[in-house]
Design a protein around this ligand. Structure first.
Ligand code: B3K
Ligand code: ZN
Length: 890
């Protein structure tokens, strides 16, 4: 660890800045081995006459000159440490001119100004600006920026920054310059600069008030044909935000730039979004349907930040979910409106329940609004983003769409141009609705996933149905004791033939259709339904109305009824998954028995029903959503199964799931084949929701067919692999072949991988998928292959996408491989982390996650994982990022 004792920052210690930066004028002189940054800051004391020193953040900077009002600051009046520049005596208002030299070429952290291949680019959120120049690097200091970029004209013909271009010109020596001005005040985390040899595609968007906005996507020449989807997505997002939130874009120009080396997906810099190329480029041949959809969602997400994040920003980083939770909610609703609402919901809930629930139960668990951190980069988490979005969604369900929109209007109007808190967001919602959110706000301050135990009691004589509910929440690192949450529970009752009409005994909660929204606020609470004419099965937490874990004593028949009859698409899917979870768990217990354990008939019945519906729907004989059918037919992932166990039984989980899948494949082979044949008939390629759903179902049944191990199925899969005209089908087929354990597949695995590699050698993003397929291969020997691939000529350990594909693919998505009893997987990850931490701490800390969950495993694995963590902890010079995760995990 660099500092012997890294500082913990507390929310309770927040104090407003002692200085404001009214204007920020930056000039960048970019050269091949350094860059000089001249900053002219107009600074004002927040309180005139105060004698607080001016303390600016700065890291890895070489100070070349420092002047106040044109005069050098005398030596005794300032001091510099590794992280700060302090000037003791300054006037009430003054211009500080500071020249620093930085080394973007050597900046492997990909934070601040750095080089991605031949291009200069920046990433400043959360605290990267301090690696560019001395500044008040905190979101509540908002300033008007003007930026001039100077660089070689041939190498860097395109020079970009935030806002509008105001002037440009040439300089002797083959250099040129461009000046940009952003009229909107912003914190420095939204600053951006790009310099490179780029081409662009352009479109115009006319806003609802009739202004023209130029939309421009910049990429390398070779990628020019892959920008259309992002452009279409951007226009859709702009239109949607006007319609649904009344938010219009506020500059003449909106730019997106694709870069290959990027720590995360994308960044919402004002007017100049910078994207990981994997989140913006798309073409049918090289991009899967999932990626097409994620490009649409991410483009929208970053665009939506223009209001939720940029115009109204965060007071401090503890408020991160103010912009992220709200913006994820906004982008999820956008995607739901663009495609199938239920599909989007199921995908999001699946992610949340599998990975956020695990985070909430692990050592890094934290509230949506954390109360302390060592390194803020560690808090860009599923909790802040996805659970934060669920919390906003609950506010939306409590208020209804209309009031919610009033609340968001009030929030944007009241706080435009300001840096605010989560409390202020909730207050706007409270003010428009007259509701009291005091208890509700525990969702922001208490970590952990609430558990609900629910019992149902039907009184056949009185025709009443009573629900007895108790809630609790396990302790998490920040607090042992939890107070009851305010939980909206959407519920309906389902009879033998479908939804039941009934009444709630108190009429505070009228139903919408057959759904009631009950508000659970007590530790123990009961609700009674009247006029219930038959014994019902309750459909609980419809549309996943709250991020909680529910225990209800459903019989398998109850769940079958929900799969078949519930009116709520989410609950139908959920019931299908709960049946599968139970059946797989039964098989887990009986593994190793002689004769081999049987697979409960309930799953076969449910699957057969789904298969029949899918057959009809595939043939066009019914309107059922093919993608939902595919999701209902898909067995829960090993990760989800692991999340439902208190101590994960790695081998049994894997083998039981494989066995159940094979059993279904064998029994329903002909049905799967029939569906496959209907869907495999050639049709022109489209990326609309209907075509995506068809491919999803086709590849779901293909996966079952291959699990049968039959030669015919492998042949079919191989045929799809070689004839596919799109990446979804090609990659699905390759994955099935490579991950198959059958001898028929074994003979062609290596050839298929070679063939795929040769075909796509020049497409970096596709090759990352190729790394990913091999890393996540559950067959024995995958660690050795991963190690060999680290040496592969196209593997690049400085590229986060490649690291995520190969190291993340093996350690995060190959449970059986990573958790091999030998401990080799743990040792491998430890070594990778130690190498990576010296170069890119953010990625190192991310990749470390699987080791932090050591308490979920058996004693032997626990010991090995702990040892691995201790080895990392003992390393000198750990980054704050890795230090925080390791020390909190042990
Ligand atoms: N706001 C950025 C994430 C920045 C992460 C910094 N470590 C992208 C997004 O959430 O939209
Ligand atoms: Zn975001």
């Amino acid at each position: 660890m660099k500092d012997a004792q890294p500082n913990t920052i507390y929310l309770k210690d927040y104090i407003a800045p002692a200085y404001n930066i009214i204007k920020t004028d930056l000039t960048f002189d970019l050269y091949e081995d350094y860059a000089d940054v001249t900053s002219r800051l107009t600074i004002e004391k927040a309180t005139a006459g105060s004698d607080a020193p001016l303390v600016l953040d700065g890291q890895d900077l070489e100070l070349l000159s420092l002047k106040i009002e044109g005069k050098a600051v005398v030596e005794g009046n300032y001091s510099i440490t590794d992280e700060q520049l302090t000037i003791r005596h300054v006037p009430n208002i003054f211009v500080l001119e500071c020249v620093t030299r930085i080394k973007p070429q050597d900046n492997t952290s990909l934070e601040g100004l750095y080089k991605s291949k031949k291009m200069f680019c920046t990433q400043c959120e959360a605290e990267g600006f301090r690696k560019i120049t001395y500044y008040l690097d905190r979101p509540d200091v908002m300033s008007e920026f003007q930026t001039t970029v100077k660089a070689d004209k041939v190498r860097y013909p395109v020079l970009l920054s935030n806002g509008n271009k105001i002037s440009e010109g040439s300089i002797d020596g083959g250099r040129h310059w461009v000046s940009w001005h952003d009229p909107h005040k912003k914190p420095c985390y939204l600053f951006a600069l790009v310099a490179g040899d780029l081409v662009n595609i352009d479109e115009t968007f006319i806003t609802q008030s009739g202004r023209d906005v130029l939309l421009r996507i910049f990429v390398e020449e070779k990628d020019k044909a892959k920008c259309d989807h992002a452009m279409i997505s951007l226009k859709k997002a702009m239109k949607w935000d006007e319609k649904v939130y009344g938010r219009e874009y506020d500059l003449e120009l909106f730019m997106i730039v694709a870069v290959d080396d990027f720590n995360m997906g994308a960044m919402e810099n004002k007017g100049l979004n910078i994207f990981n190329s994997s989140c913006v480029l798309a073409s049918p041949e090289t991009t899967t349907d999932e990626s097409f959809q994620s490009v649409e969602g991410i483009v929208a997400h970053e665009y939506f930040h223009n209001w939720s994040g940029n115009r109204v920003t965060c007071r401090d980083w503890f408020q991160l979910s103010l912009k992220e939770g709200f913006t994820v909610f906004r982008d999820a609703e956008f995607s739901a409106d663009m495609g199938s609402r239920t599909v989007k919901r199921v995908e999001d809930v699946n992610l949340l329940r599998t990975h956020q629930f695990a985070e909430d139960a692990g050592p890094m668990a934290h509230p949506v609004q954390p109360s302390s951190f060592i390194e803020i980069s560690n808090f860009y988490t599923l909790t802040v983003y996805e659970k934060g979005a669920e919390v906003v969604r609950m506010i939306h369900s409590l208020l209804g769409s209309e009031l919610f929109r009033k609340g968001s209007d009030l929030y944007f109007d009241r706080h435009d141009g300001c840096a605010v808190t989560i409390d202020e967001f909730v207050q706007a919602m409270a003010d428009v609705s007259g509701r009291d959110f005091t208890q509700f706000k525990r969702w922001y301050s208490q970590a952990g996933t609430p558990r609900l135990k629910i019992k149902g009691l039907y009184d056949a004589e009185a025709k009443t149905y009573r629900l007895d509910i108790s809630q609790s929440c396990p302790p998490t690192p920040e607090s042992e004791q939890k107070f009851p949450f305010h939980i909206p529970m959407a519920i309906g009752l389902v009879g033998k033939d479908g939804p039941l009409n009934c009444l709630l005994s108190d009429d505070k909660n009228p139903s919408v259709g057959d759904t009631f929204v009950l508000e659970i606020t007590e530790a123990k609470q009961s609700f009674v339904f009247n006029d219930v004419m038959e014994a019902p099965v309750p459909s609980l937490f419809r549309n996943f109305s709250a991020p909680v874990k529910v225990t209800f004593d459903y019989s398998l028949e109850d769940l079958q009824r929900l799969v078949a009859k519930d009116s709520d698409g989410f609950c139908r899917w959920d019931a299908s998954q709960q049946i599968a979870v139970r059946v797989i768990k039964d098989v887990m217990i009986a593994l190793g028995n002689e004769p081999a354990p049987s697979v409960n008939e309930a799953l076969l019945v449910a699957q057969r029903q789904l298969v029949l519906q899918a057959k009809d729907a595939a043939q066009g004989a019914s309107e059922q959503d093919l993608q939902m059918l595919a999701y209902a037919m898909t067995l829960p992932s090993e990760e989800y199964l692991a999340e439902t166990q208190s101590i994960v039984d790695i081998e049994s989980t894997h083998h039981a799931r494989v066995r159940v899948k094979r059993k279904l494949a064998t029994l329903l082979y002909q049905d799967y084949l029939d569906i496959y044949k209907v869907l495999a008939s050639p049709q022109p390629f489209k990326v609309d929701a209907a075509s995506i759903a068809q491919r999803k179902l086709k590849n779901t049944v293909l996966s079952y067919l291959v699990s049968s191990g039959k030669q015919d199925a492998i042949d079919l899969c191989y045929k799809q692999f070689v004839t596919a005209d799109n990446m979804t089908d090609e990659l699905a087929a390759l994955t099935e072949i490579v991950h198959s354990t059958s001898s028929a597949a074994k003979t062609i695995q290596a050839d298929c991988l070679d063939e795929f590699y040769r075909k796509w050698e020049s497409e970096t993003l596709v090759i990352n998928r190729w790394f990913g397929v091999q890393a996540s291969d559950p067959n024995p020997g995958s660690l050795n292959r991963v190690k060999q691939l680290l040496e592969h000529e196209v593997f690049d350990a400085s590229n986060p996408n490649k690291l995520r594909a190969l190291v993340g693919g093996f350690c995060g998505r190959n449970i059986i491989g990573f958790h091999d009893r030998s401990g080799d997987g743990y040792e491998f990850l430890t070594e990778q982390i130690l190498i990576l931490d010296t170069k890119n701490p953010q990625i190192a800390s991310r990749l470390l996650t699987p080791l932090t969950r050591w308490k979920k495993f058996d004693d032997q694995r626990q010991a090995l994982m702990k040892k691995a963590l201790e080895r990392i902890q003992n390393e000198t010079n750990l980054s704050k990022d890795v230090f925080e995760v390791v020390s909190k995990s042990l």
